[in-house]
Design a protein around this ligand. Structure first.
Ligand code: SF4
Length: 363
């Protein structure tokens, strides 16, 4: 049994700001409410899974409406998960089917490669049909409310962050070992029973592995908060499939403009996609937003990112302003980021957070 002896992880249980912005997460973590994916498994959808894509998406829309009603009833104490039967075709089962179809012309992320991953083709991320994991362990270095966090690192990533701390994971999609949904579900159940506060899907990037993750959740019978720890460059279709399955979106909002995103992560149309997905995620579940402050990028990235968050998501959303940038991987090819962040730059970032009105900052 994992014993929680990390002082921050204990102290956060009494942190009113954390509890306010992550109220449902705390309730699931403490066993007072069921994880969302379990409810998604109880929502019946009336559709034949061999129907057309259009029909399946229409059924998915209807299922999501039912899911939201069920969520309200369960959270208000008007219904209990254990009283609900598992239907023959559930909303989560439908999501698994839709994800498998997307794999045939992959558009899990906004790269929209269109490759058939079931036929051995790979796109920008290099991830094949079967997911591979570089490692999985109990992480004690995440935000205090998440620790101890059962963290699964998938190999491969659609981004090419030139300073990536996990370059050996993100840029080597064939690294690690193959992991089936069945294996992952068993691991998640075992780690939750041992006291993990959540399952934390990361990488690399979880997005290319959405089909595997949804199927693993569909097989998992234990209530465990699911944390989507991502670059947030998912397609709208992937976002829809995530709705109703994740308890916390642990987001990575790095860049305040497209030029920096293209220069440092080789990804186009960043701000529009990532800000859109933040809005969608905020409407669906709870958020912890990470912002890694980059050297020499406080005005062009930190200011617009923090300003956008305050303006669009409000002042109480939980934001982790991070100072741990290190010039790893290819950062030395970019003189302005080939150094650590200065104390002055980080202090300026915190000042900006205060100026824009953010009230729930983790530092
Ligand atoms: S997940 Fe990979 S293959 Fe699919 S669209 Fe994104 S980069 Fe391309």
């Amino acid at each position: 049994m994992w014993r929680i002896f990390w002082s921050d992880a204990v102290a956060v249980l009494k942190d009113e700001r954390a509890r306010k912005s992550l109220a449902r997460y705390f309730a699931v973590m403490e066993g007072k409410l069921p994880a969302r994916f379990l409810m998604c498994k109880r929502v019946k959808v009336s559709v034949d899974l061999s129907a057309s894509d259009e029909e399946l998406w229409r059924a998915h829309e209807r299922g999501l409406k039912e899911f939201r009603k069920l969520l309200s009833r369960i959270d208000a104490g008007k219904a209990k998960l254990e009283d609900l039967k598992q239907p023959e075709t559930s909303l989560l089962g439908l999501k698994v089917e839709l994800a498998k179809r997307i794999l045939k012309s992959c558009h899990f992320c906004e790269r929209r490669c269109g490759v058939d991953r079931t036929a051995g083709e790979v796109g920008v991320c290099g991830v094949g049909e079967r997911s591979r994991i570089a490692s999985e362990f109990i992480h004690t270095g995440e935000e205090p409310e998440l620790v101890p966090s059962y963290t699964i690192f998938f190999s491969g990533c659609p981004f090419k962050c030139q300073y990536c701390q996990n370059w050996d994971i993100s840029q080597y999609p064939k690294g690690g070992v193959e992991a089936s949904p069945q294996t992952l579900a068993k691991l998640v159940e075992a780690q939750r029973r041992e006291g993990a506060r959540n399952v934390n899907w990361v990488g690399g990037e979880p997005t290319p592995n959405l089909h595997t993750i949804l199927e693993a959740l569909n097989l998992c019978e234990v209530s465990v908060p699911s944390v989507w720890n991502s670059d947030f460059y998912m397609s709208t279709e992937a976002m829809k499939l995530l709705f109703g399955t994740q308890d916390v979106y642990l987001t990575d909002f790095k860049y305040g403009n497209d030029e920096c995103a293209l220069r440092y992560s080789k990804v186009p149309n960043y701000f529009e996609v990532v800000s859109r997905n933040h809005r969608l995620a905020f409407a669906d579940a709870e958020l912890i937003i990470r912002h890694l402050v980059l050297p020499a990028n406080v005005e062009c990235c930190t200011r617009p990112v923090l300003g956008w968050i305050a303006e669009n998501l409000g002042s109480v959303v939980r934001v982790n302003v991070m100072d741990q940038y290190r010039p790893e991987a290819r950062a030395h090819e970019y003189p302005e980021i080939s150094r650590r962040l200065s104390a002055e730059e980080f202090e300026r970032a915190l000042e900006i957070a205060r100026e824009v009105g953010l009230e729930n900052i983790i530092t």
